[in-house]
Design a protein around this ligand. Structure first.
Ligand code: HEM
Length: 227
């Protein structure tokens, strides 16, 4: 019995460690991507210039993309496996006490927000990455504005903008639990640290959601209120 108990604990700790490392990579990507997206506030030249600069280093870009796909896949496979295992295992069979993040809304909706983000990334790539950057969707006042025009026209559609804002709230909610779990994995084990990690994670999640959502909100305000 004690062998099975310690092997359960060991495999769970290993999963959480790999998950935490992949999580750090994904949070890093989200912050860098957010910073890049903020160039939209500089106008078409600044935003398109940033995108063209990125695409000017194809090898580096592809190495980063492959790394991102690998950690995203790792994250999805491990979390889904753990979720299925947790559903099938009655935790009380093992007298093992592992500290977990407090069970708020973010924790309870983790699998739902995770699945929604997974679907969102597919739609998002079709929207922007694989879009025709010189086509009809890039036109503003009859002139192609490249990727800037594609993003602008995308968010000038209130349904699409609302979809993005809703999904950015899911990203924030997902992060609010993920960051708290990360802190616990890396040692926040006493009550006080767990509480501090939980509040910090909620603030961080909210800030990321607000910062990303500011882009579709900005386009809507410019188009319908100031345009
Ligand atoms: C308002 C929110 C967002 C905006 C305006 C936005 C904008 C963009 C744009 C314009 C691109 C194409 C870049 C290019 O081709 O040069 C892109 C690519 C991408 N975005 Fe977003 N994004 C947003 C949120 C997110 C979120 C929350 C995620 C992740 C959950 C994400 C993941 C990606 C990925 C994986 C790519 C492909 C990167 C690549 O081609 O190397 N985006 N995004």
């Amino acid at each position: 019995m004690s062998v099975s108990r310690s092997s359960v604990l060991r495999s769970s700790v290993l999963h959480e460690l790999v998950l935490a490392l992949a999580g750090i990579g994904l949070v890093g990507f989200l912050l860098v991507h957010l910073a890049g997206n903020f160039f939209i506030y500089g106008g078409p030249e600044v935003f398109n210039g940033y995108s063209e600069k990125l695409h000017g280093f194809p090898v580096t870009l592809w190495v980063a993309r492959i790394g991102l796909i690998a950690i995203f896949a790792l994250h999805v496979v491990i979390t889904t496996t753990m979720w299925i295992k947790n559903r099938n295992t009655r935790a009380q069979r093992y007298a093992v006490t592992v500290r977990r993040a407090p069970k708020g809304l973010g924790t309870r909706t983790m699998i739902i927000t995770g699945a929604l983000i997974f679907v969102f990334v597919g739609i998002h790539l079709l929207d922007f990455t694989f879009a025709d950057k010189e086509g009809l969707n890039s036109l503003l006042n009859g002139e192609s504005q490249g990727l800037y025009g594609v993003v602008w026209n995308g968010f000038a559609n209130p349904v699409r903008a609302a979809f993005y804002i809703l999904l950015m709230c899911c990203v924030g909610l997902h992060l609010s639990h993920a960051i708290s779990s990360l802190c616990i994995t890396f040692g926040a084990q006493n009550e006080r640290f767990v509480a501090i990690a939980d509040v910090t994670a909620k603030i961080f999640g909210a800030l990321v959601a607000i910062a990303y959502s500011s882009i579709p909100v900005y386009v809507l305000v410019q188009t319908y209120l100031l345009g």
